[in-house]
Design a protein around this ligand. Structure first.
Ligand SMILES: *Cc1c(COP(=O)(O)O)cnc(C)c1O
Length: 396
């Protein structure tokens, strides 16, 4: 049966609100003119709030991975000792980038599905703190875990004061509270297609004073991603190279919606959608991957049960326009993921859970009609601060 649009429940790219979509279709402007400078300034001003920084937000035309690469090559030199704390596929990627550019990378591993442990970091650094940088993932999209970045950064600052703290914030910045300056973070990266409700194509990155100082010393090769050039151009309201203007229009339009909703409203909406997703999936009999204490508010991962023919189940979901994500890296074929970030409302989640329930019933799996949707709604009510009606105040 025809549905206007798919219920795109993947952790980015995310659904575009109509106003954002229309913004992407606007006519081009001179990227060396005053209108463009005003656009850049608006994005910078509104985005700082969600980074929790007074530093400028540098706009790069790139996927989030380009932002990660920019973070590495602008702060490090070949041979620098780097401590990576991967908690999944994206943490692996960050470590790999550093290695490719010649950093001497030590990996402090965490079992996938668990959060990076500040105590483990403390124990490691107590024995060896001679690092130039520590690589952290804020929200590990491959496992649905949000790492305790503030606590990890505090340990790194205390025991390895010379180490820069580089944070991949791609998949939760803009959706959950974040305080770059207060937490003492040196480089933070995000991407337009995640919580920002825009199309892919822009990566946003902020650097602390010490990171900007490091950028002057760093000897890894860089040209397109030279952030010194980006900063120089930004001072006159420009980017060094021609940017993805249409995506910037969208990021600007998305930020206007987020400002109108207020950060607290945006965060509460994500918390409500996450709580509903977790409760709904568990009631459907799925075991969640993430340690519940660190469950992400932007993406939820669940194990595919042994007795479930996933291809058939997911095929039925797709036929009903509910689009889920699969597993990455070593979790490929073992888990599925539900994205609940960006322009997501509680009714999108209840709809997806309802369809999953319907498909489960259709395949003769043990399910009670309405129980998963009911559990999802109860979870939102139990969350207290959020009433389902208030949670609908999201972008039009
Ligand atoms: C999406 C994502 C990225 C970047 O992905 P791109 O496909 O390069 O935009 C990096 N880190 C995390 C945690 C992500 O979720």
């Amino acid at each position: 049966m025809y549905r206007f649009e798919p219920n795109l429940r993947i952790p980015g790219p995310t659904h575009l609100p109509p106003g954002v979509r229309e913004a992407g279709g606007r006519q081009m402007i001179n990227h060396r003119g005053p209108e463009f400078a005003a656009l850049m300034a608006r994005i910078d001003r509104r985005m700082r709030v969600f980074f929790g920084t007074e530093q400028e937000i540098i706009l790069l035309t790139a996927a989030g991975t380009g932002g990660l690469e920019a973070a590495v090559v602008n702060t490090l030199s070949p041979g620098d000792r780097v401590l990576a704390m991967p908690t999944g596929a994206f943490g692996d990627r960050f470590a790999k980038i550093a290695g490719v550019y010649g950093a001497d990378v030590t990996r402090l591993e965490t079992e996938w599905g668990r959060a990076a442990d500040p105590a483990a970091l403390r124990a490691h650094l107590a024995a060896d703190a001679d690092y130039r940088a520590v690589l952290l993932t804020h929200n590990e999209t491959s496992t649905g875990v949000t790492n305790p970045v503030a606590a990890l950064a505090a340990v790194a600052r205390e025991l390895a004061p010379g180490a820069l703290i580089l944070v991949d914030g791609v998949s939760a910045l803009g959706a959950v509270p974040f305080e770059m300056d207060a937490w003492g973070l040196d480089v933070v990266i995000t991407g337009s297609q995640k919580a920002w409700m825009a199309a892919p194509g822009m990566s946003m990155i902020a650097l602390s004073e010490r990171a900007w100082a490091a950028a002057e010393e760093a000897r890894m090769p860089r040209f397109y991603f030279d952030l010194r050039e980006a900063r120089k151009s930004a001072a006159s309201g420009q980017t060094p190279w021609t940017p993805a203007v249409a995506v910037m229009y969208q990021v600007d339009a998305g930020l206007a919606l987020m400002e109108a909703e207020t950060p607290a409203g945006v965060f509460a909406r994500h918390a409500a959608c996450a709580a509903a997703t977790r409760a709904g999936l568990e009631t459907l009999g799925f075991r969640l991957l993430a340690d519940p204490a660190f469950a992400s508010n932007t993406v939820t991962a669940a194990w595919i049960p042994e007795d479930l023919d996933w291809k058939t189940f997911n095929g039925e979901l797709k036929a009903r326009q509910v689009i889920l994500a699969g597993g990455q890296g070593k979790l490929k074929g073992k888990i599925f993921r539900v994205g609940h970030l960006g322009a997501v409302n509680l009714d999108d989640i209840l709809g997806a859970i309802g369809v999953m329930e319907e498909v489960a019933l259709g395949l003769g799996r043990p399910a009670e009609p309405g129980s998963a949707v009911g559990a999802a709604q109860r979870a939102v009510l139990a969350a207290g601060e959020i009433h389902p009606v208030a949670a609908q105040g999201a972008p039009a």
